[in-house]
Design a protein around this ligand. Structure first.
Ligand SMILES: C[S@@+](CC[C@H](N)C(=O)[O-])C[C@H]1O[C@@H](n2cnc3c(N)ncnc32)[C@H](O)[C@@H]1O
Length: 393
């Protein structure tokens, strides 16, 4: 039994022997799960990402930031978080409740920077709640916050691991790159033709994990019909069947969020992620779908490599999120690119002030580069987007 590291055109770096042992243990558990029948790709992805001791996020295997597997906007620059500080001031001016909720906090970077910025403005929230499903990451966040923030600020922060544990009086809720880390189902279809959909399950052939095609079940049939209905005009006419993904847990997740946040006060919600609109995601020429894996800053398309050691993500269909959010009772406050959002806050003026305050050309160039990476269409500016939702009020 092995987890191949060979990719088209390059070889992924070998994990340490401790990591290989960990991955093999997870492979054995997965093979056991597949003993009688293949499992769904969403179950495979949930296990390799969220198994509490062997999963990529669940066990805290993930390394964030420049030296890790991938870099997110708050890890890249405080200017991203400064945009959220601006949103917080707008919300407070509009009398929205006094709490902040962060969903899926990774290393805790965003929480640390946001609380520092708000402390400097004397505008700390009454409470800052982190909803984190990975016990290892919650522990890492607690350690990082305690090492970086004064005790009286950390006292305002609490951690929960489920929506049912949230007690909420209104405010703002933020999730950055959480939707793309949710398990997806994989299928093959002729774009726009729901009756051609086949479900891709995961089996084991004695040596490696393999795809197993099955006829579509009812949830996949409903998902592809909804996708086809959202595409009024295809961007590219399909010439053959393509692989694609959909998020089976999206509606339930938004339903839980709506029930937990909608019970009291007014809340503004910001869902940041990378993705696009339905017609672009399910394009006729996107043969391999949008699934991406990251291992030490190398991106590839094989989710069966190094189970538990690499990240697996898929593009977020923002129209699907919007539709599910509307059905869950949210008001839609617009969806835009990260660049449009950030340029509409006071961050460009902050960047200018910070550049003027620096004498060193090297520092100025570094700051300018950070901001450029957040807003340039060729970097994070266009592909990363934000959907703004509202509840209550
Ligand atoms: C890709 S990381 C992003 C981390 C951080 N937001 C950032 O931008 O750097 C995804 C995070 O979401 C968490 N997560 C995934 N699914 C979640 C869920 N359903 N509820 C809460 N947290 C979740 C993961 O454990 C991880 O902390």
């Amino acid at each position: 039994m092995s987890a191949s590291s060979r990719q088209d055109g390059f070889e992924l770096p070998a994990p340490s022997s401790a990591d290989q042992t960990k991955s093999l243990e997870l492979i054995e558990q997965l093979v056991e799960q597949m003993r009688d029948a293949p499992i769904s790709f969403a179950d495979y992805m949930a296990t390799v990402l969220y198994h509490p001791t062997l999963g990529y996020y669940g066990s805290g295997q993930v390394a964030f930031g420049a030296g890790g597997d991938f870099i997110t906007a708050p890890e890249r620059s405080r200017f991203f978080t400064a945009g959220l500080a601006y949103e917080w001031h707008q919300a407070r001016a509009a009398d929205v409740g006094g709490e902040i909720l962060e969903i899926g906090a990774g290393s805790g970077r965003l929480a640390i920077d946001l609380l520092e910025l708000l402390a400097a403005d004397e505008a700390l929230p009454e409470r800052y709640t982190i909803l984190e499903i990975s016990p290892a990451l919650a522990a890492r966040q607690q350690q990082n916050l305690r090492a970086s923030l004064p005790a009286e600020v950390v006292e305002r922060v609490r951690w929960i691991d489920a929506w049912s544990a949230l007690d909420w009086s209104g405010g703002i809720a933020i999730a950055n790159e959480v939707l793309d880390a949710m398990p997806v189902e994989r299928f093959r279809w002729w774009p726009g033709k729901p009756d051609t959909a086949e479900r891709l399950m995961v089996g084991f052939d004695g040596d490696r994990f393999v795809w197993k095609e099955q006829s579509a079940d009812a949830p996949l049939q409903a998902a592809v019909e909804a996708i086809a209905a959202r595409i009024d005009r295809p961007i590219v006419t399909p010439r053959e069947t393509v692989l694609a993904e959909y998020s089976p847990d999206l509606a339930d997740w938004l339903g839980e969020m709506s029930a937990a946040l909608g019970a009291a006060g007014e809340t503004w919600i910001y869902l940041f992620d990378y993705g696009s609109h339905t017609a672009d995601i399910y394009r006729g020429d996107r043969g391999e779908g949008t699934l991406k894996c990251h291992y030490r800053h190398l991106a590839h398309e094989d989710p069966f490599v190094y189970p538990g050691l690499q990240d697996i993500t898929a593009w977020v269909d923002f129209q699907a999120v919007e539709q599910a959010a509307r059905e869950a009772g949210f008001a839609i406050d617009g969806e835009r690119s990260q660049a449009q959002w950030l340029l509409g806050t006071d961050v460009p003026r902050l960047v200018e002030r910070e550049l003027q305050a620096r004498d060193s050309l090297t520092d100025q160039a570094r700051l300018a580069q950070e901001f450029r990476e957040l807003v340039m269409p060729t970097e994070m500016g266009e592909r990363f987007r934000v959907l703004r939702l509202r509840l209550g009020g």
